[in-house]
Design a protein around this ligand. Structure first.
Ligand code: GZL
Length: 325
């Protein structure tokens, strides 16, 4: 097949060039019904790694030829990868945009090439709604609301009359960061007990979570009653800093996190985190089914949100089963 020959030549060319920072895994079944190009943000968290593994597993389950490229946290690498997918003439392009802005040009090129685009996990900011076909990902606003609603219940149960909150956010201008923050603030809005002392960007990284927590402890010390962290990675990074400062996370400070990976659930069971809002990385099945529908010219839903739950010290955490990421 001509495309396979082009693909083979381009793959050899790319390996020769040694494209920096990108890993293209052009593993595909013998004669795939569909060739899917996927640009993944990176490997910044257990969530992201779990998301990649799930997409690879589901591609195998559905017999989809998957070309997955890792952008190593750089938007320019994602844009380059999408241009390569266009050159390969893949059937469908999917990607998880690291930030919401800056995609119109490359997605217009995909549209001109007649290749449909699926957004996975995160959204983009554009005036041109026809540049993408579908968004498969969590309702991040609802995740923020669930975090805020937990805090209100916790404050009620402890009989607290004033609560100082520090927030460690995810990557600025990313969908989860903006919507988790908005949902959390809306959930506590009007509750006069609640004060947000500072909100600081931890970029979803463990190392930055530790740095941000050190800064917040140095600045506010024992004024801090609550740490609201946008992902488990940053939360896990922050905990040792809290302990080194002489505080007991989970009791001296209420700790609220999002993702629901195994490491955070283990720490929740140990009582050092009080609430973990689930954000499932298992989006691969919906991605493959949607891509196959697009290849076959079928209609697809504009938005597909997975069901998600809250894990917290309000329940018997010993009953929480293995998380798989
Ligand atoms: C959420 C995803 C976020 C996770 C982080 O769907 O975009 O990115 O919460 C990950 O762990 O880095």
């Amino acid at each position: 097949m001509l495309r396979k020959k082009i693909l083979a030549l381009l793959s050899i060319a790319m390996l020769a060039v040694g494209t920096a920072g990108c890993k293209s895994d052009a593993s595909e079944p013998a004669d795939p019904e569909l060739l899917l190009g996927f640009s993944q943000i990176g490997t910044e968290s257990a969530w992201r790694i779990g998301n990649t593994l799930d997409i690879e597993q589901q591609a195998e389950n559905y017999g989809v030829g998957l070309m997955l490229e890792n952008a190593n946290q750089k938007q320019e690498n994602q844009i380059d990868a999408i241009r390569r997918f266009i050159a390969y003439k893949v059937d469908v392009i999917a990607f998880s945009p690291i930030v919401e802005d800056g995609w119109d040009n490359v997605l217009s090129e995909a549209k001109e090439a007649g290749i449909p685009v699926i957004l996975v996990d995160r959204d983009i900011n554009t005036e041109k709604s026809d540049l993408t076909t579908c968004l498969i990902g969590a309702d991040f606003y609802k995740e923020g609301v669930m975090a805020g609603e937990y805090l209100v219940r916790k404050a009620d149960s402890l009989g607290l009359d004033h609560i100082n909150i520090v927030e460690i956010t995810g990557t600025e201008n990313s969908t989860p960061m903006m919507q988790r923050q908005a949902g959390f603030l809306d959930a506590i809005k009007g509750d006069e007990r609640m004060t947000v002392l500072e909100s600081i960007d931890g970029d979803f990284l463990k190392s930055r979570g530790a740095e941000c927590m050190r800064h917040l402890l140095d600045t506010y010390g024992d004024e801090i009653d609550v740490v609201f962290s946008h992902n488990d990675e940053m939360t896990i990074g922050a905990l040792p800093e809290i302990e080194e400062a002489g505080y007991t996370p989970g009791s001296d400070m209420i700790i609220i996190s999002i993702d629901g990976g195994q490491e955070a659930i283990n720490v929740l069971k140990d009582g050092k985190i009080n609430c973990v809002v689930e954000c499932t990385p298992k989006l691969g099945k919906a991605l493959m089914e949607t891509a196959l529908k697009l290849k076959n010219g079928e209609e697809v839903d504009r938005v597909i949100h997975p069901e998600e739950q809250v894990f917290s010290d309000e329940q018997d955490t010993s009953l929480i089963g293995p998380r798989g990421y």
